[in-house]
Ligand binder design. Structure first.
Ligand SMILES: N[C@H](CCC[C@H](N)C(=O)O)C(=O)O
Length: 245
């Protein structure tokens, strides 16, 4: 089997395509293992689909499946286009519904699914939280200092709310984000749906405009924009290497 390793702003994935649609949780754990496998935050498997260019199966590195992955859609779309599996403007089926992505060289823009606010605002453990589903559930708190990010608190909030956890700081109209990712069970270098959740919260509070830059832990530059309640997420992806096992 041939596997390709992608990095999307530091959020990294192993990607392959097959005709066989089955549960790949076990393969996800093996392939994402950073000491004995290729190493990645997630596994993406492309399988044929009659109603879209393809369907994807997404797994976190712990083998859990997730309905959506913003950075994963950007890497997957680039992979699909470069492997002749889809045109540069494509739509594919995910657990969160149809996703549209456009590939232009190494820049990919994804139209995320319609956001759904689960809890608008609540206090817990000294922070003000916002809980929103941007394809997967995300807790967001806006802080003055990203050093407030605390692994143990994130783990507690992750399990209590079954959501990813984001700390965001607004600086001169742009957003800096740190994310604890469910299914990785730790901080990742970027989380697309997490950046989208932070952007939505900051935009709702009139702290950023309808189009702004967002910088995750990797400090790569992503563009988030909101048009008619639809979030667009754009940035570079990197095909790191391809290997066969
Ligand atoms: N860990 C997430 C899925 C991946 C989301 C993230 N990698 C992104 O780019 O959106 C979850 O289980 O909810």
């Amino acid at each position: 089997m041939t596997y390709t390793k992608y990095s999307a702003s530091g959020n990294d994935f192993v990607i392959f395509h097959t005709f066989i649609k089955k549960d790949y949780s076990k393969e996800a754990i093996e392939l994402c293992n950073r000491t004995e496998g290729i190493g990645a935050d997630g596994l993406i498997v492309l399988v044929p689909n009659e109603k879209a260019d393809f369907e994807w199966l997404f797994y976190n590195s712990d083998g859990s499946d997730a309905s959506m992955c913003g950075n994963g859609t950007r890497a997957c779309a680039h992979y699909a286009f470069k492997n002749g599996l889809a045109p540069n403007s494509m739509q594919f089926l995910t657990g969160a519904g149809l996703i549209k992505s456009i590939v232009e060289e190494d820049i990919v823009e994804t139209q995320l699914t319609a956001p759904l606010v689960i809890k608008d605002e609540f206090e817990q453990d000294g922070f003000t939280w916002y809980l929103v589903d941007t394809g997967v559930p995300h807790l967001v708190t806006i802080v003055d200092n990203l050093e407030d990010y605390d692994h143990d608190l994130c783990a507690k909030m992750r399990y209590e709310h079954n959501a990813n956890v984001n700390f965001a700081k607004i600086e001169n109209g742009v957003i800096k984000v740190r994310t604890y990712e469910r299914g990785v069970e730790g901080e990742t270098l970027a989380c697309g749906t997490g950046m989208a959740a932070c952007f939505l919260r900051a935009n709702n509070l009139n702290l950023v405009s309808n189009k702004t830059f967002v910088y995750p832990k990797s400090d790569e530059e992503l563009t988030l924009s909101l048009v008619d309640n639809t979030i667009y997420f754009k940035g570079a992806v990197k095909n790191v290497f391809t290997t066969t096992r």
